[in-house]
Design a protein around this ligand. Sequence first.
Ligand SMILES: NC(=O)c1ccc[n+]([C@@H]2O[C@H](COP(=O)([O-])OP(=O)(O)OC[C@H]3O[C@@H](n4cnc5c(N)ncnc54)[C@H](O)[C@@H]3O)[C@@H](O)[C@H]2O)c1
Length: 440
Amino acid sequence: MKIAVVGTGYVGLVTGTCFAEMGTEVHCIDIDTAKIDQLKEGVIPIYEPGLEEMVVRNYKAGRLNFSTDLESVLDEVEIVFSAVGTPPDEDGSADLKYVLEVARTIGRNMRNYLLIVTKSTVPVGTSRRVKAVIQEELEKRGADIPFDVASNPEFLKEGDAVQDFMSPDRVVVGTESERARELIHRLYKPFMLTNYRMIFTDISSAEMIKYAANAMLATRISFMNDIANLCELVGANVNMVRKGIGSDTRIGSKFLYPGCGYGGSCFPKDVKALIRTAEKNGYDMKVLKAVEAVNEKQKEILFDKLNRHFNGDLKGKTIALWGLSFKPETDDMREAPSLVLVNQLLEAGAQVKAYDPIAVPEARRRVGENGDRVVFTEDSYGAVMGADALVLVTEWKEFRMPNWEILKRLLRTPVIVDGRNIYNREDIDKWGFTYYGIGQ
Ligand SMILES: NC(=O)c1ccc[n+]([C@@H]2O[C@H](COP(=O)([O-])OP(=O)(O)OC[C@H]3O[C@@H](n4cnc5c(N)ncnc54)[C@H](O)[C@@H]3O)[C@@H](O)[C@H]2O)c1
């Protein structure tokens, strides 16, 4: 089978590569010429464990191709996946200009039957709009070419994307055509040999499933952040509360970790987009509005703790940050809590020394050096040297077991703010640090 995947970002590159790994011939398309040139050289534009080897292997085997020219591959393929970005527009709705642009290109150039599958996260009704745009373009050409649309939302997690794609919990496909269903079933079958996990739905439900899933996960996080903040006020420990409620099988233990707020390219924008979708339909998503508000506030919690510790005077203080990406195992800094913290520290007159195992180039691009007030270091201890406090922002594995003795020696004052509750207060107390966790 031959397919095209349009948009070669986190989702498109993983999708195309994993399909190629199963033997499908894949054309990965992007408008970003530099990205495509790099990929042809075996340089991966993102950090995603396991992806690079797979890209190189499949590219060399000739199953994975990279191009900027969607038109030229349309005659060869049966399915086109659209995995372009859907960033929020000014009012928080998903901006569909890239999705509709891809549909227009397809409508203008297709000559044989195609199944067009939307993999981007898009509001309910988008696949219908994609269908209408293609139909309109075909009519302009006076062409009568059959095609189908389907919605196949993606649930991969950055940092674990290859594993998630190769062995998905489920594959959701919304389609209203038997031909489309048969094609997509054939494409995904190699991923389902031991356990069939495909869920076929109507198109609107598939589109909604993606938003509802992310909204539910974001809700759990904000709920736990609220509980953690209350724990601090009443003298309870959220780590124990989490264990106590997570062992209830109706609740389950995942996504119950409080922290410094969720970030990334998905939860913030998808929660916003779902709220807007509801508003456009005359419905008020009260729970999700609260989820969003709690998250915005939670992103300020690390600064608040530091500020309180230093009695509101952070001017001239040097603060070390461990971790900048929005979560471990990715270089993605979209909506990362670290960005909020860096801004607040700079506004308060502090200096920042930051280290991240992977995301420093991306961080440098986003925050710059701010006239030497942000310094990025080559290793974790370099960031701590001479700092007045250490803040753990992203829980990369290499931060989990630091050498407390060295840390104690390097910090000017032994203060640790643990934004992810990865340290054990008793261990740290032994070394004489002042420790602040979340909800403890
Ligand atoms: N990142 C995730 O973890 C994740 C997970 C599930 C779903 N999603 C959804 O998948 C979609 C893509 O997300 P992403 O993180 O991969 O985005 P991304 O920004 O990393 O990649 C999007 C790519 O599309 C390209 N593009 C834009 N317009 C194009 C066009 N007309 N033709 C060809 N290429 C074009 C861009 O150059 C870019 O490389 C979004 O809707 C997102 O919400 C993302």
